[in-house]
Design a protein around this ligand. Sequence first.
Ligand SMILES: [Zn+2]
Length: 142
Amino acid sequence: MFDLDQIPVPDLSDPNFAPFWEGTRENKLKVQRCEDCGTHRWPPRLTCRSCRSANVEWVEVVPRGTLYTYTTVGRPTAKGFSSVPYTVGFVALNTPANVRIIGNVVGVEPSQLAIGMALEGRFVPAGPNGEMTLIHWAPPSA
Ligand SMILES: [Zn+2]
């Protein structure tokens, strides 16, 4: 469906994102959480949006949520993104509710997509040597 081996690999050692990539490699979704007030944050930030604290930890969250919004790409753009059409979704996690994660939505025909539909994360290897693991979103398996 996707030419996943053609997707450019970001700097996986970037300290702002390394815990995320280490998590997906183990089929876990990890986001930041403020050590002072407990507010989750994604994407990674240096300080907490709620209390300005710089104290942060990475925690595993359950990769289940609902489709917040999406776009379906109909024109090939670049290596790794040439198998059209494909859908990119913005998924609001069930818990914590203030976290939204972007990823390809798979297993659903574009005409069947609906805002609010339940989705769960699927971890898929990508990059020329499978060196990174992406999260895709699909309807929950029964
Ligand atoms: Zn905080």
